[in-house]
Design a protein around this ligand. Sequence first.
Ligand SMILES: [Zn+2]
Ligand SMILES: [Zn+2]
Length: 385
Amino acid sequence: MSPNDSNENNLLDDSVTTSSLNSNNAAFWKRDWSNVQSSLSSLRRSLSSFPSPPLRIMRVSQLDSELLDSELFETFKEQLWLLFSPQIKQTFEPELLAILQFMYRLTVLESGATYGAQLQNLKYRNERQHWGGLQSISKDSSLTKFQKSAYIALTVGGPYIWIRINRLVTAQEWGESNEDDPRKIFWKVLQKAENIYKTISLLNFLIFLYDGKYCTLTDRILSMRFVYARRTMNRQVSFEFLNRQLVWHAFTEFLLFIMPLINLRKLKNLLKRKLLPESYFRSNTLDFLPTHICAICHENQSASNASMSSVVASSKIHNPYEANCGHKYCYFCIKTKLLQEGGTWQCLRCGTEVKEIKRFLEKLVDEEEEENDRTPKDKGKQVAR
Ligand SMILES: [Zn+2]
Ligand SMILES: [Zn+2]
């Protein structure tokens, strides 16, 4: 037999079998199909009780998506307030925010994910279809219409109604009315409800931290769970950038830590003394001032650009203390300088390093006498502190 013949025979056979099937095929497989239904459904049910690898979605991505959403919303809000006068904002704030929130959340209706979630490669899925062993199957079932609209109603309507009721109650001071007044009772119920809501939210968050399933209470109520929009995706992170960021961060931290420990003024003076010639300090002294004038006060006053006469008038030494070079200053001035510069300080009149001071116990010399005499060492009695 040639191969052609056998082909023809086969074709003939096929046509015979199909024609014979056509006559009674419906009855033939329908019966089997209905017979196998019970075992199929039990099989399907048992599928969910088989152990399957748990589906892990990074918690940090889910939290980040929430954060991104709220930040995006804040940005939109700022733009919105630019459009309206403060008076309109004051009166219609809840309504405007609700409209904005509604527009923002509409994207869930279309793509099943908020903008923040999309940025984090996340989307919602209908977790009711994924119980037990079905949680990590490859196909995610999309949200039902009810879930989507309930989600928008809860995220938009919930806060709106809450704010409106609270505004009403606060404006009419229901909390201040009598104990048995229904308004007071309503106010109490409101307070209780808020506490309960906060407690449940906290519980939900703790459970989320444990199992990583439902980030918010709304998600849990509606069984809307975040899953990856694309399961295989390369994380494209530039480690060079990360490293640079880390180094800068550590560096600024270190600077912030070390700056208060460095006495910049002392360092400056030390460098000045090391680098500048001795004659610089000799020529820049304030020794031309009368002895009853505090050179530090004088310097401070001159720095604030006061006129010469008023500077001299207000620079008299108060509570005089004498440095080890023999020049006198106010106690406050010289003590401050010594504390600031860490123990040693350069005398403004002679340039000597001042290390210790002692109380000067003598009435200040009169101006007339002082003009003849410029050596305070000889005058006055010094008493050790
Ligand atoms: Zn002074
Ligand atoms: Zn001196």
